[in-house]
Write a protein that binds this ligand. Structure first.
Ligand code: ADP
Length: 540
């Protein structure tokens, strides 16, 4: 017997319609690449998203076709989120920090028909437009008078003149909720990038889950600043979740330095911000150098890489800002786990609470997870046994775009992460399987080694990598970039490990570098580091 309830498809257009109808005067604030601060409302955003939909119709771009973006976080990018997907096309957000040839490869692979880009990226577009075979339209996200006369890109349109002449009414189509809505390529740190193709259904369900109190805790009274880029896993789904809840959104544009972010937080009354640890490190450095505080910020979502304990302690203890450590990946839309405390933790001393908070957290409803050994046998949730982390759920990938072979193992997606899960369901990533240091049959977590170094006051960033060793297979070394003006010697830093990790886990050496190479999503690029250190020899 079937239930007798209405069968409305879960569609991205319904998110923007809801925001416009119930939170029409809710604000969207954007720092623009033009340099100024732009303000509009959810109602404006809905009207302009409809203009985007009409403008796509006018170009004759068919349902299901891909429309690419090379853009920072801002109101125009948001209009494309809703206008492109809402009208039945697929929004393909491209990471502009990739190499130009990778961008062209991705645009060709996705068969993008149009690409909308911020003027900052004109040099990239100039270099690649001749190689993007399927792209018929290049649209610069600016006013007509900002369009350079000699752009070098034939037929270049300005976004404002492209949508400006279009009606602000549009009948959003009643799509199949399983239709593709957007796509994102993995960073491709190993091999060619692969695309996750999200659906309306997966995106709306993910927005529901992401808004929950134990996830991002969004509401109509929140003011949220996504520093995590809209070109990387849909800014962790924040634009959709913000429309669902009607919260105020603050977009940082291209300015992600500590000073710009802090100014925006203070001037707009930001209550919650989301980003990767490297971004928060810049912000915290700026605060401590200038003796500043947060006056409205209540919580930060930190994910994409492990949150170092020193960072968590600074946010929680020095600034009274709650840290919500989160874990996920492109293939998971991205949300998997978020770390918030349970009722049973309330009476714990603060230091013990922070130990829990450092774990990557509990699965949000919708995500099922398990850890398995090399034979695929499930390992216990005792907080000690580690294994390969597998996940499944309605917003987790089934297949990559244009790749027939299934990535799944018995219906579960292998994340490539190694983790423990404790009896309360808190998952902790011990490492990425390819970064684990395998020493004498034992595994050393590169994250643990990095966290110790990062807790030293002189250290700005630390990366642990395994180096080949004739007896032990591999031994860890730690590559360190110091804070400006700070000093610490090799032996002093190695002595700092005493009592913090087992003796055999202590790195064999410290290598000091000017800076640690970062990948396109702001994470440490260990592949590059390994390349840089290819002639390095262990002292032992
Ligand atoms: P890429 O690393 O290729 O850019 P993603 O951006 O999808 O791909 O990153 C997903 C990976 O990032 C996860 O599989 C995990 O290894 C790592 N990651 C994400 N969040 C965390 C976290 N809170 N702690 C540790 N690692 C994390």
């Amino acid at each position: 017997m079937l239930g007798l309830m209405q069968n409305h498809p879960l569609l991205i257009s319904s998110l923007i319609e809801h925001a416009a109808r119930h939170h029409g005067d809710g604000q969207i604030v954007s720092r623009r690449v033009e340099g100024d601060i732009h303000r509009c409302t959810w109602a404006d955003s809905a009207r302009r998203s409809k203009q985007v939909a009409n403008a796509l119709d006018a170009l004759g771009i068919a349902a299901g076709s891909r429309v690419g973006t090379l853009a920072w976080n801002g109101y125009r990018h948001q209009e494309l989120y809703f206008g492109v997907s809402g009208s039945g096309r697929v929004l393909h957000t491209i990471n502009p920090r990739l190499l130009p040839e990778q961008i062209a490869w991705i645009a060709n692979h996705a068969e993008d028909e149009a690409i909308c880009f911020d003027l900052t990226f004109l040099p990239i577009v100039k270099g690649i437009h001749g190689h993007c075979k399927t792209v018929k339209h290049w649209i610069a996200l600016c006013d007509a008078d900002k369009l350079p006369a000699d752009s070098g890109v034939p037929g270049l349109l300005s976004y404002e003149s492209w949508i400006g002449a279009q009606p602000t009414e549009y009948a959003w189509p009643r799509l199949d909720e399983n239709a593709a809505s957007s796509m994102c390529y993995t960073s491709g740190t190993t091999g060619n990038p692969k695309a996750a193709l999200y659906s309306h259904r997966s995106s709306v369900l993910h927005a529901f889950a992401g808004s929950l109190p134990d996830a991002m805790n969004l509401s109509a009274s929140s003011v949220i600043l996504p520093v995590v880029p809209m070109f990387h896993v849909n800014a962790w789904g924040i634009p959709y979740a913000a429309a669902l809840t009607g919260c105020k959104l603050v977009y940082p544009g291209a300015a992600m330095d500590g000073k710009s972010i802090h100014e925006l937080m203070e001037s707009e009354g930001v209550t919650m911000a989301a980003g990767v640890p490297t971004v928060w490190q810049m912000l915290l450095n700026h605060l401590s150098q200038n003796k500043l505080k947060f006056s409205t910020l209540k919580s930060t979502i930190i994910g994409g890489a492990a949150c170092p304990p020193a960072m968590l302690n600074t946010f929680e203890n020095d600034y009274g800002v709650e840290v919500r450590h989160a874990w996920g990946m492109t293939e998971m839309s991205p949300l998997g786990t978020v770390c918030t405390l349970k009722e049973k933790h309330r009476s714990m001393p603060e230091a013990d609470k922070n130990k829990v908070r450092l774990k990557q957290g509990r699965a949000v409803f919708g995500v099922d997870m398990k850890i398995v050994d090399d034979q695929g046998q499930e390992r216990p949730w005792d907080g000690k046994s580690y294994g390969d982390l597998l996940v499944r759920g309605p917003w987790i990938i089934d297949h990559y775009f244009k790749i027939d072979a299934s990535p799944l193992q018995d219906g579960w997606f292998p994340t490539g992460d190694v983790a423990t899960i404790d009896p309360d369901g808190y998952m902790q990533i011990t490492d990425r399987s390819k970064d684990v240091v395998k020493s004498g049959g034992e595994w050393i977590s590169s994250i643990d080694i990095e966290n110790v170094a990062m807790a030293h006051p002189a250290v700005a960033m630390a990366a642990c990598i395994g180096m080949p060793h004739p007896k032990w297979d591999e031994r860890p070394i730690v590559v360190v970039a110091l804070k400006p003006g700070a000093q610490v010697g090799r032996d002093e830093l190695l002595a700092f490990y005493q009592g913090k990790v087992a003796k055999w886990q202590t790195p064999d050496d410290v290598v000091f570098v000017e800076s640690i190479p970062l990948g396109a999503t702001g994470k440490m690029l260990k592949t590059k580091l390994r390349e840089q250190l290819k002639d390095y020899k262990l002292p032992t």
